[in-house]
Design a protein around this ligand. Structure first.
Ligand SMILES: NC(=O)c1ccc[n+]([C@@H]2O[C@H](COP(=O)([O-])OP(=O)(O)OC[C@H]3O[C@@H](n4cnc5c(N)ncnc54)[C@H](O)[C@@H]3O)[C@@H](O)[C@H]2O)c1
Length: 330
């Protein structure tokens, strides 16, 4: 039987997820949950979706759906995910997983209690350059530090993204979290030990951050330097990238290669610059993995644990900014 999928939201990322659903076999996109009919109507028409609901409760009342992909404003991630998990639906929720650590913990608990899978869409773990570099890390010796950024140059989002009550945080929660998760993935998912950060709003007038630098110390003795930003005058390269400094060598994304102390060892060989920084194939592979975890009854990675760990670092970074102190993560 075909797995039946619903998508919450009908905006930018929902379109990408809808295309990802359409790219899979044995699944059907049967419903959209969207507050505004002016968004849901054209979305349903474009992707040939039978049911449109304004709330998750309406969707759950009607039933007939196996999994929900959540691409709504961040403040809705936890309530929508928890309601769906309680009803036994498997959930893939966009990053950032939630507004804070407490919400993320409740989502994880709901997934465990009701036996439904919870995946967090940390999409870069499905990117071919990232996966290539990950496969090379053994050649770099112990990785002792990473440097990464997620930055928009001369641009930033508007609307709910810039309102704390809807987004929770700004560029750090939006872009920095990609850089953080990529660094952590490439390091082999160590646990964070402490965070020092300076995050602020300098370029625009809104109540979330547009600039941030954070330093994370991990339990494998590595350290990560992470930059986040919207409206920046400059970025080191494309929208996001990561560098790995090992005892024996160096590796980086975009262009993606590894080198030893003196010369290049290997190039990933993928076209650079890319046609699109965030290719549709990355999201297609991400969704395929989510569906595979559902079918095989496996806990997705990135799942609640990875999403929660990132939320712990982000929350500690905001706290560190307030206190001007290193925040230990227990
Ligand atoms: N992984 C990525 O590459 C990536 C890229 C962009 C966005 N995102 C994430 O996806 C999420 C959505 O971002 P976006 O850019 O698509 O935003 P968006 O504003 O384009 O879309 C959000 C949608 O949610 C709808 N919505 C608002 N309130 C609602 C409600 N109560 N119920 C149902 N729908 C409601 C809006 O009308 C809109 O259609 C965010 O969490 C963002 O961080 C991830």
């Amino acid at each position: 039987m075909k797995m039946k999928i619903a998508i919450a939201g009908a905006g930018y990322i929902a379109n990408i997820h809808a295309q990802a659903v359409k790219a899979q076999k044995d699944v059907e996109l049967v419903a959209v949950v969207e507050k505004f009919p002016k968004m849901s109507k054209p979305f349903a028409k474009k992707y040939n979706i039978l049911h449109q609901y304004e709330t998750i409760e309406d969707l759950l009342k009607e039933g007939g759906v196996d999994a929900l992909v959540i691409g709504t404003p961040n403040a809705l991630h936890a309530p929508q995910a928890i309601a769906a998990l309680k009803a036994g639906l498997h959930v893939m929720v966009e990053k950032p997983m939630a507004m804070n650590v407490s919400e993320a913990e409740q989502m994880m608990k709901a997934s465990q209690k009701y036996g439904a899978r919870l995946m967090v869409a940390h999409c870069w773990r499905f990117d071919r350059d990232v996966l290539w570099l990950k496969a090379q890390t053994g050649k770099l010796g112990k990785i002792i530090r990473t440097k990464s950024y997620g930055v928009h140059v001369n641009w930033g989002p508007s609307g709910w993204f810039t309102q704390k009550k809807h987004a929770g945080g700004g560029a750090m929660a939006d872009m920095g979290i990609h850089a953080l998760d990529t660094a952590r993935f490439l390091l082999g998912d160590p646990k964070p030990v402490s965070v020092y950060a300076k995050i602020g709003t300098y370029y625009k007038n809104f109540d979330v951050d547009d600039t941030g630098v954070i330093i994370v110390e991990w339990d494998n003795d590595a350290i990560s330097y992470i930059e986040s930003g919207w409206w920046q005058p400059h970025a080191d390269g494309l929208e996001a990238a990561t560098q790995l400094y090992g005892i024996k060598g160096f590796g980086q994304l975009f262009p993606t290669f590894i080198k030893d102390r003196h010369e290049r060892l290997k190039d990933a060989g993928f076209p650079f610059p890319r046609e699109e920084h965030c290719p549709q194939s990355m999201y297609d592979d991400q969704l395929a993995y989510f569906l595979d975890c559902i079918r095989r009854k496996r806990t997705p990675v990135p799942g609640g644990l990875e999403g929660l760990t990132n939320m712990r670092v982000v929350e500690a970074a905001y706290r560190s900014t307030k206190t001007h102190k290193v925040v230990e993560i227990g």
